[in-house]
Design a protein. Structure first.
Length: 659
């Protein structure tokens, strides 16, 4: 254990830890301290999440039948205003806080709102009562106007605090609804600005999701630098079908007609709407929504749709006398189609506040029940259409089985030792198919020994490497090929490099870089990532490369044992989980110091570990930025690295320098 940890646990440094050391964050201060907990970070995506939160509230009014029009306006000064003609936020005194209006409570108190029960909204996107209050907390100026009962009210806020009380402006005989106008705080988001194109797409997509609403878009012309219109009106009576028709365009599809429809859920409040097409040349695209909220990672509603389509196409295949249809899997019918699914349910559950994935278990059953009957009719009402789709899906199935057979043959050939010699220090897994397998690239023989004992022998292979591998970004091709560590790495992965790299020959589904949780480990991981970026970029693009997340510390108090990724996480655990108790803190000098049980539990077991997927951006311009950064930091010109260090030296924490 290092001296600094002994010091941290000594009486001389803990005697001042008393009740006065405990902070109690009130109001919206937790949001400003930890914005990532509420909006997923402070990057561009998080900034635009603020717009989504306010727009979702307006959409909830429309879906509930109280609003028909929403206006989204972007003005100079990074001010965004979203207005609806719904009922308007209540402005009368709140029963629990009689000295405050309901409006002020909603804007300044977490977990307040009208969506915890079904009294105000049967279904809604804002669920936890944090949306608009979080927007308010992270904005330097928020102005809310409410028109109710032919009167206009107004109140201003800054960084979550009221700037004056609720003001009664006067009569508003021709106005109703809520207007929320806000400017994101530069203390949180820096110099980032709203992107007109992104807001325009957001407004347009919301109009598709609810056919009964009209959304008006307006942006100051001086803010637009592309083809985004300064003004537009969105209203789509055909809903998702209109959206999909525009997306598919003139591309030829397996069936002339799209599979689309709507259906109320049997025995439950809510409904589903879907639109699906099967273009002949498509990589597939998927858009999932719950209560107008995008859920890019899918979830239980996606599972319900998959089940309905698979069961339906298998049943139709049996009806048509196609015996192979019984082997159809979800990927055969879903892999190349373009899908849009929107559901409305009461009290949905999401994986996090950013709502990227729906986890409500009942959604799978409800969606499957709603879609299955319609899909059966779609296939059987026009037998030629049904047979055309079945033939298309069977072709996809044959391709899948052919790829699987090829991979199994290549893998068996590789493991037989005749056509491909594998490196002697590779401890391979026993599975003959790449699906579900992973190779751990481990730093050093000691760590390799622990990893071999900790692994799942069926699916996990271990390849130890010796220290820091060659920096391929600053080495010649001849030097790269002559390097033993790199040669072993290329041989174990099995798909070749550069122009000869064929991802279909990859021997493992996942490549996991597993190094020590210290500076040296980070350096080795950087060298390995540079290797894959330069020599096997297609593997990175396809998402096969991962970075393991081993802990740096183990914290034990009584019977409680937790692991910390780094110093900041250690401090966080000490404050939140142990709360002043005497804690034994041990620091792992490397993976080799962890016993196999600890290594499996924290870093290798898929049920308990955490990993980071290393990918490349899809846009060419963003890929160019990555290439430039790798060249600057890892390339042959040291002046570029020196310049980068000078530019970023001020951001380095003084404690890191002292350490």
């Amino acid at each position: 254990m290092s001296d600094d940890l002994f010091a941290a646990a000594s009486p001389s440094t803990t005697q001042n830890y008393d009740a006065s050391s405990i902070e109690v964050l009130e109001g919206l201060e937790p949001v400003r301290r930890r914005p990532g907990m509420y909006i997923g970070g402070t990057d561009e995506r998080a900034l635009h999440h603020l717009a989504s939160e306010v727009l979702d509230n307006a959409m909830d009014e429309a879906v509930a039948g109280h609003a028909t029009r929403i206006e989204v306006t972007l003005e100079p000064g990074n001010r965004l205003t979203i207005t609806d003609n719904g009922r308007g936020i209540p402005v009368d005194p709140h029963p629990k806080f009689p000295d405050k209006s309901a409006l002020e409570v909603i804007l300044t108190t977490l977990h307040s709102g009208g969506k915890f029960s079904d009294k105000a909204y049967a279904t809604s996107g804002g669920l936890h009562g944090v949306g608009v209050s979080v927007v308010n907390a992270l904005s330097v100026d928020t102005l809310v106007e409410v028109a109710r009962n032919k009167e206009l009210f107004r109140q201003r806020f800054s960084q979550g605090h009221p700037v004056g009380g609720l003001e009664k402006v006067g009569a508003a005989p021709n106005r109703r609804g809520t207007s929320v106008s806000f400017v994101p705080d530069s203390e949180i988001f820096g110099e980032m600005k709203f992107k007109p194109a992104r807001l325009h797409r957001l407004a347009r997509s919301k109009a598709y999701l609810f056919a009964g609403v009209e959304i008006r878009w307006k942006c100051a012309p001086e803010l637009i630098s592309d083809e985004t219109p300064a003004e537009a009106v969105f209203q789509f009576p055909g809903g998702l079908a209109d959206h999909l028709r525009e997306q598919v365009g003139s591309r030829e599809c397996a069936t002339k007609d799209f599979f689309s429809g709507t259906q109320d859920f049997t025995g439950s409040v809510g409904r589903s709407e879907w639109a699906i097409a099967w273009p002949l040349w498509s990589d597939g695209s998927y858009s999932w929504y719950c209560n107008t909220i995008p859920t890019p990672d899918g979830g239980t509603h996606e599972a319900g749709l998959r089940a309905a389509l698979v069961k339906g196409i298998r049943a139709f295949g049996e009806l048509a006398g196609v015996k192979k249809a019984k082997d159809i899997q979800a990927e055969d019918i879903m892999s190349c189609c373009e899908v849009m699914l929107s559901i409305f349910i009461r009290d949905p559950q999401f994986q996090s506040q950013t709502k990227d994935r729906l986890t409500s278990p009942e959604a799978a059953r409800m969606v499957e029940g709603a879609v299955r009957d319609h899909f059966d009719h779609f296939l059987t009402d026009n037998m030629e259409r049904g047979k055309a789709l079945l033939a298309y899906v069977i072709d996809r199935m044959d391709e899948r089985l052919s790829r699987k057979a090829d991979k199994e043959l290549k893998r068996k050939t590789a493991t037989s030792g005749r056509k491909l010699r594998l490196p002697g220090k590779l401890t391979d897994c026993s599975s003959n198919a790449p699906e579900g397998t992973e190779i751990f690239i481990v730093e050093g023989d000691s760590a390799g020994g622990s990893a071999k004992q900790a692994r799942d022998r069926k699916t996990q292979a271990i390849l130890p490497i010796r220290g820091k591998i060659l920096n391929v970004a600053s080495a010649t091709s001849a030097k790269i090929l002559a390097n033993t560590e790199i040669a072993d790495l290329i041989q174990a992965i099995g798909c070749g490099t550069r122009k000869d790299c064929n991802p279909d020959n990859l021997r493992y589904e996942r490549i996991v870089i597993m190094t020590d949780a210290d500076v040296d480990g980070a350096h080795i991981a950087t060298l390995l990532m540079t290797f894959f970026f330069q020599e096997m970029p297609e593997l990175v693009k396809r998402g096969h490369l991962y970075l393991a997340q081993p802990p740096l510390y183990r914290l034990v108090s009584g019977g409680k044992s937790l692991y910390a990724r780094d110093d900041a996480h250690r401090v966080e655990l000490l404050e939140k989980e142990f709360k002043g108790k005497k804690v034994e803190v041990s620091r792992f000098k490397g993976l080799g110091e962890m016993n196999p049980l600890q290594l499996r539990e924290t870093t290798m077991d898929p049920k308990t570990r955490g990993m980071i997927r290393i990918t490349l951006p899809q846009e060419y311009e963003e890929q160019a930025v990555v290439r430039d950064l790798v060249d600057r930091l890892m390339g042959t010109n040291p002046a570029h690295r020196f310049a980068f260090i000078q530019e970023n030296a001020a951001a380095v924490d003084e404690d890191m320098i002292d350490a």
